[in-house]
Design a protein around this ligand. Structure first.
Ligand code: AHR
Length: 811
């Protein structure tokens, strides 16, 4: 062999060896997801993904219930709330009148529960305007049904002109009503819009003299979803989530602030004019247009099992005495009879009268919302027993807060609620992996990332997606789950982050909406065990940040504060010779400085003051602190990104019983008792994820690495027995993309094409808006499969659902 050939061979061998070694190293470095396709696990709960509809954020009135007139019954206030009265020549007036049958002449109510009406004392021309819920959505060619009740006295005989008018003053539809008399009478018009405007309004005008009373002024679109009276686009947005159950109507709305304002289903059925409007805990009057019957109908139309949540006899402020709970028990039983009873039963016949002779098949009833402890357990026992005796087929859901209190009867399902930041959800995504399988099933009735997510960004959605892989992996025990809240008219936002946001005519879903949609549409029927190898840890959530001092229902003093780097450099020092005006303060604190001591004297909850830089990582905090009075000791904060994302050493917390290293996601506690008036020497040493807390020079508490480590990949896998597809859900919760080998072990040799549905975006902070509703939404990519491994790069902050058909594709 000549030298040249030997030389060339040598070079090739070196190249081949290098690439082999590189491939080996890459392979070792790659993360691995092993799906045990040939060892299927448990059946996935068919009801796993559902929705929770609460009348919050004007999601019913001003949302799903499409009444365009706001305060149609004039019951909302003693003034013309949401109405504008214009007397062209200033001679006519209008005011809210309350019915008075004793008056001479008597002022009759339109209905016994509808006692207020509008009285126009006409003396010339006048006009009434209503803009509904920040504009009425009028669409060209669509029909609108106008209805009002009216009566007149003192000689008012003139015609009323009814007009729908665009924001630019253009008339979009009009009609007239006339011939008013002394008795209440209904008048109606069928209006067809000649133009479109989402910000239109209603005008009612007339000219004459005398008194005109009007009430129940209604303008409803004739076209509604499935002709069942609800707003089409929003109903379709819910339908796209393919919910398997519908929990309704709350939430806190079920409890009410007090019993006078709790939700009573019996007041929400039948003729709309007979329903009693009620002040809703979320800050508006509810017309009850979306009532018990409509919820049941909505569930049926969505193909979702209804889950009705009923008051347990506890409002936010009151508890009904046990000997007066009869009405609560009866209401629960009657609700079931209304939904499921034969048409010959009292309540079943009402259901039939209201248009639904066939039973609705109410399968689940939740007793109470977020109630707990002994009062809850006692009331649960009475209501649950009565239901079990009469309707053993109805599954009963209890509130989680009762967990530590014995239940009789034992609940079949417990409702748990979680609202937190993205890291909490990622951190806890394996919460149920080691859960007690012998207890009741879990319904995660409310969960959502509500902080550290802007107005609802991709990062929040990733947190929920990670959590949902845990729900799916454990759906033998977690049988149901629903995001909350579902809907928000963004002109009345009562909750910080909501899944579907809308105005009078359009909507957008948070990135979280697409997570819900992706999971619900790719559920599968049987789990496949998943193992994740080599996935790097993500940066611990609280890895850098400022420091802070705080108190909770007590007064305390601080001095000699010093923050140093590990090599002794001073990051911050304060000998408290001047006030801490440059610190960021939270809460109702009273901070002052005297003789080198910083004092906080207000007895208030959650009083904190922060200083320093959010980029600070490793440092040591040294200071002295003493408790002056009140319940607790003092809190030293560190790695604070903001008020919510921080770690603190809570010294003398929980009524001065505990020292708590509180990391937001998790905490470690030790018993303690802080003496009043004694100065304590405090040192906190922070190195990476290791934190040591010293009291008077002695190491008191240490939190090691392990607690802070969070894996970057979360996954769940399933097979859909109907289609034969293997479905793998992968969440990359880190910020970097991860080259990952997906090993479909035992799947045989797969050949053909599948798809990857990917939710990601340029920045984890990206959000959707009404203007850019699908900025963060899933994209589908084809996937060519050959063999049973797939190597793929999962983008940072993403959810990917991989669907691989197996039927007819296997070699
Ligand atoms: O989802 C918003 C509220 O959060 C619900 O009304 C209540 O159940 C929870 O506290």
């Amino acid at each position: 062999m000549n030298k040249k050939i030997i030389w060339v061979r040598f070079i090739f061998t070196i190249i081949a060896l290098t690439s082999f070694l590189q491939a080996q190293t890459r392979e070792e470095a790659d993360a691995k997801i092993i799906v045990q396709v040939n060892q299927p696990g448990h059946t996935i709960s068919p009801t796993l993904f559902g929705i929770f509809f609460e009348d919050i954020n004007l999601s019913a009135d001003g949302g799903m219930y499409p009444e365009l007139v706001r305060n149609r019954s004039f019951e909302d206030a003693d003034t013309l709330q949401n109405w504008k009265f214009i007397s062209t020549d200033s001679k006519s007036t209008a005011s809210i009148t309350t019915a008075d049958v004793q008056a001479r002449p008597p002022v009759p109510p339109l209905k016994p529960f509808n006692r207020k009406s509008l009285c126009i004392m006409a003396n010339g021309s006048f006009k009434l305007e209503n803009v509904g819920y920040w504009g009425m959505n009028i669409v060209q060619g669509n029909r609108y049904s106008f209805k009002a009740a009216a009566r007149s006295t003192d000689g008012y005989t003139a015609t009323l002109n009814i007009k729908i008018v665009g924001a630019d003053g253009q008339e979009l539809a009009s009609g007239q009503i006339q011939e008013f008399g002394g008795l209440w009478k209904y008048y109606s018009l069928n209006l067809i819009a000649s133009g479109s405007d989402p910000k239109a309004h209603l005008e009612i005008s007339g000219e004459g003299s005398g008194k005109l009373y009007i009430d129940m002024v209604s303008l409803l679109p004739v076209q509604t979803w499935k002709n069942h009276g609800l707003r089409t686009d929003l109903s379709e947005a819910l339908d796209a989530l393919h919910p398997k159950f519908l929990r309704f109507p709350g939430g806190c709305w079920v409890e009410g602030d007090d019993f006078a304002h709790m939700n009573h289903w019996k007041n929400t059925i039948g003729n709309i004019d007979d329903r009693t409007p009620l002040w809703n805990i979320w800050g508006y009057n509810a017309t009850q247009g979306l009532g018990y019957h409509e919820y049941l109908q909505l569930a049926e139309d969505l193909g979702a099992a209804p889950l009705f949540c009923i008051n347990v006899g506890m409002s936010h402020k009151e508890i009904i005495p046990l000997d007066q709970i009869g009405q609560w028990v009866q209401d629960a039983l009657d609700a079931i009879e209304y939904a499921n009873g034969p048409v010959t039963s009292v309540w079943g016949s009402l259901r039939a009268k209201n248009g639904h002779p066939k039973p609705f098949n109410l399968k689940y009833m939740e007793i109470g919302n977020e109630n707990g402890q002994t009062p809850y357990a006692e009331r649960w026992a009475l209501i649950a027993k009565a239901i079990q005796e009469k309707y053993p087929e109805v599954k009963l859901v209890a509130n989680e807060w009762a967990g530590s209190h014995p239940h009789d009867p034992n609940p079949e399902i417990i409702d748990e609620h979680y609202y937190d930041n993205p890291d909490w959800f990622i951190w806890n995504s394996n919460k149920y992996d080691s859960y007690d399988r012998k207890g009741p099933k879990i319904f995660i009735g409310e969960y959502a990332v509500t902080s550290g997510t802007g107005k609802g960004n991709l990062r929040g959605a990733v947190g929920e997606a990670a959590w949902m892989t845990g729900m799916e992996r454990n759906s033998d025990i977690v049988v149901m789950g629903s995001y909350a809240p579902l809907l928000c008219n963004f002109n009345h936002k009562a909750w910080p982050v909501n899944l579907i946001n809308f105005d009078s005519y359009h909507w957008y879903g948070l990135p979280s909406y697409y997570v819900q949609e992706m999971f619900a549409n790719n559920q599968g029927t049987i789990t496949l065990p998943v193992k994740i190898e080599n996935a790097p840890n993500i940066k611990p959530p609280y890895s850098s940040g400022r420091i802070g001092l705080g108190t909770w229902l007590n007064a305390a003093e601080f001095k000699d504060l010093k923050v140093t780097t590990p090599d002794g450099r001073i990051l911050y020092k304060n000998e408290f010779s001047t006030n801490i005006d440059d610190w960021k303060k939270i809460g109702q604190g009273q901070w002052s400085v005297q003789d080198g001591v910083l004092s906080q004297s207000a007895i208030a909850q959650n009083v904190t003051a922060f200083v320093g830089d959010t980029s600070w990582t490793d440092y040591t905090i040294a200071l002295k602190a003493r408790k002056l009075s009140g319940e607790n000791g003092f809190q030293i904060y560190f790695h604070c990104k903001n008020v919510y994302q921080r770690i603190r050493w809570d010294i003398g917390g929980y009524g001065n019983s505990t020292n708590l290293m509180d990391m937001g996601l998790t905490s470690v506690s030790m018993p303690s008792n802080i003496e009043i008036g004694r100065w304590y020497d405090i040192k906190i040493v922070i190195r990476g994820t290791n934190v040591k807390g010293y009291l008077d020079g002695k190491l008191f508490q240490e939190v090691g690495d392990v607690r802070m480590a969070v894996k970057s990949l979360c996954a769940s896998a399933a097979r859909d027995e109907k289609s034969g597809d293997i479905i793998v859900k992968v969440v990359n919760a880190s910020s970097e993309s991860l080259q990952t080998k997906l090993d479909l072990r035992g799947a045989g040799k797969l050949l053909g094409s599948g798809k990857a549905i990917v939710l990601s975006s340029e920045s984890p902070e990206d959000e959707n808006t009404l203007e850019e509703p699908t900025k963060v939404s899933p994209k589908t990519e084809p996937l060519i499969i050959s063999g049973n491994t797939i190597t793929r790069s999962f983008p940072g902050n993403s959810l990917t659902i991989i669907r691989i058909p197996t039927v007819g594709e296997r070699k």
